[in-house]
Design a protein around this ligand. Structure first.
Ligand SMILES: N[C@@H](CCC(=O)N[C@@H](CS)C(=O)NCC(=O)O)C(=O)O
Length: 202
């Protein structure tokens, strides 16, 4: 059995869970919820010096982080469906979309953390605006040319869906009003990939 330390709202954890479901290995994973807002969380400290989730602990005790590494590992467990192409331009298209989604998730998380972890007097509106501008620019590019949807997700698609799901959850879905093509893309993903609804934050 493997253990996944995560949290229901974590977009990085959701990407890992969707990957595990798509690879057919979720039954071999126990999910342990971790509260990242608690300072000095012993579980987190024990498994990841960076004190971040998700962490996947393998049966032999090896701890894998971060979510990119975990998804790569899970993808290696079964030949099909292949979520990260092994080589060629497809591989770098997929990894680049994954990196873009990472940037959206990281910026969105920093904006949330600004109010969650910083006292009022230390909060910086320009800093949050800087993070928001990264999200806006990434979404504008994606809306202008959404990833081709073929009904079978790859790692880049899974990452983008996790990022948009997090913007729905924690940024009130504000991205939707100006990104109609991306809204359609996510609707198609949701329709064709049951793992998306199955991992929805609760
Ligand atoms: N690059 C990491 C990011 C993980 C991350 O930022 N996780 C958040 C929860 S969604 C976290 O653990 N935050 C706690 C903290 O930053 O102290 C990954 O892909 O796993």
């Amino acid at each position: 059995m493997m253990t996944l330390y995560s949290a229901p709202a974590s977009p990085f954890g959701r990407r890992v869970k969707m990957t595990a479901i798509l690879k057919g290995v979720m039954d071999g994973i126990t999910v342990e919820a971790v509260d990242t807002s608690r300072p000095d969380n012993d579980v987190l400290k024990r498994h990841n010096p960076l004190q971040k989730i998700p962490v996947l602990v393998l049966p032999d005790g090896v701890e894998l982080y971060d979510s990119r590494v975990i998804c790569d590992y899970l993808d290696s467990l079964a030949p099909e469906p292949r979520l990260i192409p092994p080589s060629g331009s497809d591989r770098y298209r997929v990894l680049r979309l994954g990196a873009l989604a990472d940037g959206i998730m990281e910026a969105a998380l920093l904006i949330v953390y600004e109010t969650r972890f910083r006292p009022q007097e230390l909060r910086s509106a320009p800093w949050c605006q800087r993070q928001q501008s990264k999200i806006d620019a990434a979404l504008a590019g994606l809306d202008a040319a959404p990833p081709a949807w073929r009904g079978r997700p790859d790692y880049g698609d899974v990452s983008l869906a996790a990022a948009l799901g997090y913007l729905d959850l924690r940024h009130d879905g504000r991205w939707r009003s100006e990104r109609p093509r991306l809204v359609d893309w996510l609707a198609a993903f949701d329709r064709d990939v049951p793992a998306f609804a199955a991992t929805a934050p609760h």
